[in-house]
Design a protein around this ligand. Structure first.
Ligand code: ATP
Ligand code: MG
Length: 606
């Protein structure tokens, strides 16, 4: 029962990106843009119509892994801003690196972004793009830069290049290849592209300023030689563009107006602008050009998001796979039961800031509760079952075999969701900890008669079996090891829920139960945080040292009979216990598997 509308449409936090976009819209910064209907160069867009999109943003994942909760932040920001300002957001696979990218990840990313509730269709066009489709243009742009004296082929070794780059306080020195003529460079570039040179023999570099205080402007590399097969272009290329060269071009070809990236790219912005200005001056790219803006990363406490570390969790068998319900991947979170609306609410609630932020995991759980409280059907379950026997059943109901029909609303505030039906019988399952032979102070559930120091006996506690009737505890049975095997009680007559007598007997406690005769056996997996520390890998700590040994507990539970009809990925609130979802992989007819998403209240704050 994944939901599509956020629980309470929170007012959009004014953040600096919204301020920039509103200012640009007012000033008409991007007005007059033309869009050729698809990505392309200056001529392509000049021949198009005025762009119907007020702004264009993009979410540009590299298809080298599964999306995680940090990516959700970027997705919600880019798609959300486009939606809010009459714009369009592109999904672009930044697949310029031939070695690490796979179709499996492309498919998984498409599915995850859709699941989160976003779409890249606009005006009958699918704005799903692959950066590798721009390789031809990127190479053409490279030749143009070489022709204009703005790029050169450098054949120094990697070590020599590093040495000549200089340091933070020392300027770099020019490469001996820097003064080659455009004609010479063009020959060399074509040799690179032609496949004659081995990997690492040369790079194409921008000719900017080896003394720039910004090291990123000291003639950054644009192309490298890599004899590798690419998942989209096969063996067509043996040179591949660097990310810093490719990304601005991708944005410009797609007429992106606001290119949002994380803070670590701030120092790259001058090169972003240098490159696009020059290519526009050369007539290759349409104006107005995209602008880059940086925002802080979202980090979630008790979670790691480094792809390398997540891969280690999978490869070392610490989790069952990329979709293990404890993984912060969108597939893991989905399987755990987090709804798209809850993830969006968390991401949107954090706005956009100029610093990296840590969000407490409890915020995500709170967003989940807020989403499901109003809509998840209720159900009863017993996770740690012990039998409760009602000794006077036949006396009250005429026969030990009698089943007393009970009912409860599927949702207390939503009658339209209908009614649940189940039977109360002589034997029911209750939670083991709803009985205490020696009660702690303030315990109002099942307690047997207690003999006082003065010899008097206080009768056992009376509690209500929810939606059923009141029972009075009379004792228990134990095995040789002293473990309670059965709780004993008697029915207090005339206390049926929903009858006039129901309130005649006051009780301090109400407990949930399921009938032994009609309960559905179910596997319930109690998931909890994977780590015991809020910043598992802080200060270089090995995250393996702070694994939560209780992050997954599998219990043999009983749930109410109506749940036999539940399909996969259905959300429920188990009364008193928390929010649960049927597992999207393991749950099947005749094999009920529920995952605990979170408890009803935060049990981690202290
Ligand atoms: P990692 O380095 O952790 O593997 P990445 O940032 O390299 O992640 P990409 O596929 O390049 O992975 O990310 C796609 C987009 O998501 C980028 O624009 C990136 O800035 C953004 N993004 C990734 N992680 C976060 C995060 N924690 N918070 C906000 N945005 C993020
Ligand atoms: Mg990246």
């Amino acid at each position: 029962m994944a939901t599509d509308t956020p629980p309470t449409p929170a007012p959009k936090a004014a953040n600096f990106l919204r301020v920039i976009i509103e200012r640009d819209l007012e000033a008409g910064t991007h007005a007059g843009r033309r869009f050729g209907g698809s990505p392309g160069d200056a001529a392509h867009h000049a021949a198009g119509a005025p762009d119907p999109a007020q702004i264009r943003t993009r979410f540009p994942p590299e298809p080298n892994g599964y999306l995680h909760v940090g990516h959700a932040k970027s997705i919600c920001l880019n798609f959300g801003l486009a939606r809010d300002y009459g714009g369009v957001c592109h999904l672009r696979f930044d697949d310029t690196n031939p070695e690490k990218e796979e179709q499996e990840y492309v498919d998984a990313i498409i599915e995850a972004v859709h699941w989160l509730g976003f779409d890249w269709q606009a005006g009958g066009t699918s704005h799903l793009y692959y950066a590798s489709d721009y390789f031809d243009f990127m190479y053409r742009a490279a030749e143009a830069l070489v022709g204009a004296g703005l790029a050169y082929v450098d054949e120094q070794s990697a070590d020599e290049m590093r040495e000549r780059r200089g340091g933070f306080n020392t300027p770099g020195t020019d490469s001996p290849f820097r003064s080659r003529t455009p004609a010479e460079n063009l020959v060399r570039l074509r040799e690179m592209r032609g496949g004659a040179m081995p990997d690492g023999a040369a790079v194409l570099r921008a000719r900017i300023d080896m003394a720039s205080p910004n090291i990123n402007l000291r003639d950054p590399a644009l192309y490298r030689i890599k004899h590798a097969t690419h998942h989209n272009t096969g063996d067509a290329w043996c040179i591949y563009p660097m990310y810093t060269y490719a990304h601005p071009i991708e944005d410009a070809l797609e007429c992106i107006t606001h290119s949002l990236c994380t803070l670590e790219f701030e120092d790259q912005r001058p090169f972003y602008d240098w490159l696009l200005e020059n290519l526009a001056d050369l007539g290759l790219l349409a104006r107005p050009l995209p602008k880059q803006y940086e925002f802080g990363r979202l980090n979630l406490s008790y979670v790691i998001t480094s792809k390398r570390k997540l891969r280690a969790l999978v490869l070392e068998g610490i989790v069952s796979g990329w979709d293990d319900p404890r993984m912060p991947t969108l597939f893991g979170m989905r399987r755990r039961g987090y709804t798209p609306a809850s993830i969006r609410a968390m991401a949107d609630g954090t706005g956009a800031s100029k610093t990296n932020i840590w969000i407490d995991y409890a915020v995500l759980d709170q967003c989940l509760r807020a989403d499901l409280e109003g809509q998840a059907p209720r159900a009863c379950a017993v996770l740690d079952p012990v039998r409760l026997e009602l000794a006077n059943w036949a006396e009250v109901f005429g026969s030990d075999a009698h089943i007393e029909p009970c009912q409860a609303p599927a949702h207390p505030q939503r009658p339209e969701l209908g009614t649940r039906h189940f039977g109360l019988a002589r034997e029911v399952w209750i939670e083991r900890d709803d009985f205490a032979e020696v009660p702690p102070k303030g315990f109002f559930r099942l307690v047997p008669p207690q003999v006082q120091p003065d010899g008097r006996t206080v009768p056992g506690n009376k509690v209500r079996l929810k939606y059923g009737l009141v029972v009075e505890c009379t004792g228990c049975e134990k095995d040789a090891a002293g473990r309670v095997t059965k709780v004993l009680a008697r029915v207090v007559p005339d206390t049926r829920s929903g009858t006039p007598g129901a309130d005649a007997v006051k009780v301090k406690g109400t407990i949930t139960w399921v009938g032994v005769h009609d309960a559905l056996p179910a596997t319930v997996v109690l998931y909890d945080r994977l780590f015991t520390e809020p910043h598992p890998d802080a200060g270089g700590r090995d995250f393996r040292e702070v694994l939560n040994p209780r992050s997954k507990q599998v219990v043999a539970a009983y749930v109410e009979p109506a749940l036999a009809a539940a399909g996969r990925e259905q959300h429920f609130q188990f009364e008193r216990l928390g929010y649960f979802v049927t597992d999207r992989v393991e749950h099947a007819p005749g094999r009920a598997v529920f995952n605990r998403i979170t408890t009803l209240r935060d049990s981690w704050s202290n």
